[in-house]
Design a protein around this ligand. Structure first.
Ligand SMILES: Nc1ncnc2c1ncn2[C@@H]1O[C@H](COP(=O)(O)OP(=O)(O)OP(=O)(O)O)[C@@H](O)[C@H]1O
Length: 466
């Protein structure tokens, strides 16, 4: 696989389409693909929609669409959607798109479970609002990691394949300092680099019509990227011309209030707390005797981890590196990815995983959110996620579990209605009680898997994976 000069990457086997094979093609038709197998979503949850303004016709039911045609999108965008294999909108797309595409534009705070198609909803919004004849940035999108920014870009490339959209990254070490003016219509990046480019006037924001935050609760959290994101927003035109679009699978209470200020008068689509985790992800735990035993259990799982693809989450970067080194030395093939690695190395590791060259990825919270690799059928929480410890700073004697991060981590499997399993390693009183807290908070039971008898363990796992 190669990364081209535009910074796009190819993803032949992942959930993300391959921009290299998505060249403009006038022969494509704006009709739905016949393959209904792509329509895997069976939504069992309800979304709760709160409109910022009353509908003009008070008696009309909340407007929601059942097909992409009903949105009145430009034919080139419809072609892009169908070319991606989407036959009909998912539940969040059904409810959010008619609101997102209204004129004049209205803000949106949208919540829907992991893997249910939020990206397409905001990408379509950005592409619908851009005037392709104007060579200036008109849509900005921020994500918490370079991996997610690159993934979003590949969705823009695929969905905008039949348009003349120009895109650019605002991610670290991507643009040479000599670039003084970005003329691309859509800029996707992480908040630090976006701030820098706007400050240096490399990005002229005077025509920005849409500002999207993916993983918005994390982007707005003051313990996360909140300050940096606010800095970007404060540099946007004051005229109120910019539509603000916030999406995430989670919006904890402490962020909700700020989100409502950040996106005033927004239409809101919300989930209840016990609806946050997807039903198609079955959750398990494994009893480990000690920290060291966790490693042995992981190694005994190896061949099950490689039946499909799996992601192992650790609390600290050094744990991820140490496990990867040990397993590699013992002849297993694994990759490790975390924020201390160079950007280009991170890109090639995640690309290798998307391509299926690497089956097991050992990582930290850096890719706990948003990453969409459909083949991932197992997630292991080698360490449970803890509050105030988003990428392994450590140091809290009685740490509480980070429920939101847990939900995002397990959501790397079970994408768009597919089956997936998650396994938590517990090894002492603290981790036990953390897991109980998670179980209560998510309202989903977590089932024990045997670890003393390896044959029984394997049998249980295989059954769970069916
Ligand atoms: N209407 C659709 N029909 C078929 N597949 C779809 C549709 N919408 C989205 N998908 C696919 O579903 C998968 C998950 O979508 P996406 O990554 O947007 O989820 P998400 O809601 O943003 O998840 P997360 O909360 O984890 O970021 C992707 O592989 C995407 O291509």
């Amino acid at each position: 696989m190669e990364k081209d000069d535009d910074g796009f990457y190819t993803a032949p086997v992942g959930g993300v389409p391959n921009p290299e094979t998505t060249k403009p093609n006038d022969a494509a038709a704006a009709t739905p693909p016949s393959n209904e197998a792509t329509d895997l979503i069976k939504s069992t949850f309800d979304v709760h929609v709160t409109l910022a303004q009353q509908q003009e016709d008070k008696s009309s039911p909340l407007y929601s669409i059942k097909s992409f045609e009903e949105l009145g999108l430009h034919e080139d965008l419809l072609k892009g959607i169908y070319d991606m294999g989407f036959t009909k909108p998912s539940k969040i797309q059904e409810s959010a798109l008619p609101l997102l595409l209204r004129d004049p534009a209205e803000n949106m705070i949208g919540q829907s479970q992991s893997g249910t198609g939020k990206t397409a909803a905001f990408v379509l919004t950005m592409l619908s609002r851009v005037d392709f004849a104007k060579n200036k940035p008109q849509a900005l999108c921020l994500a918490p990691s370079r991996e997610l920014a690159r993934q979003i870009m590949s969705v823009i490339a695929a969905m905008g394949k039949f348009t003349s959209v120009q895109t650019e990254y605002a991610i670290k070490d991507h643009l040479p300092r000599s670039v003084t003016n970005i003329t691309a219509h859509v800029v996707v990046g992480t908040p630090g680099t976006m701030t820098d480019l706007i400050r240096r006037r490399v990005i002229d924001v005077s025509d920005v019509k849409v500002f999207v935050l993916d993983e918005a609760d994390n982007m707005l959290d003051k313990d996360g990227l909140g300050d940096q994101t606010l800095r970007v927003k404060n540099m946007l035109p004051r005229s109120g011309q910019t539509q603000i679009v916030l999406f995430s699978a989670t919006f904890p209470d402490h962020v909700r209030t700020f989100a409502s200020k950040f996106a005033p008068n927004a239409n809101k689509i919300e989930l209840k707390r016990n609806e946050l985790a997807v039903d198609s992800i079955r959750q398990f735990y494994m009893d480990c005797r000690s920290e060291e035993h966790k490693y042995d259990v992981l190694v005994s799982l190896y061949h099950l981890l490689t039946i499909g693809q799996s992601i192992i989450f650790c609390q600290q970067r050094r744990t991820a590196d140490r496990i990867a080194q040990r397993m590699t030395a013992e002849g297993h093939k694994v990759a490790s990815l975390h924020g201390a690695k160079e950007g280009s190395e991170r890109d090639s590791i995640i690309d290798g995983f998307r391509e299926g060259r690497e089956k097991v990825l050992i990582t930290t919270n850096v890719i706990s959110r948003g990453i969409d690799v459909l083949q991932v059928n197992m997630v292991v929480n080698y360490d449970l996620p803890l509050m105030n410890d988003r990428e392994g700073a450590g140091g809290n004697a009685d740490p509480q579990p980070d429920i939101e991060t847990y939900i995002h981590r397990i959501g790397r499997t079970g994408r768009f209605g597919r089956k997936g399993i998650s396994i938590n390693f517990v090894h002492d009183k603290n981790t036990w009680s953390q897991m109980e807290t998670i179980e209560k908070a998510t309202g989903k039971s977590i089932t024990r898997i045997e670890t003393t008898d390896l044959d029984v363990m394997e049998e249980q796992m295989k059954k769970a994976m069916k």
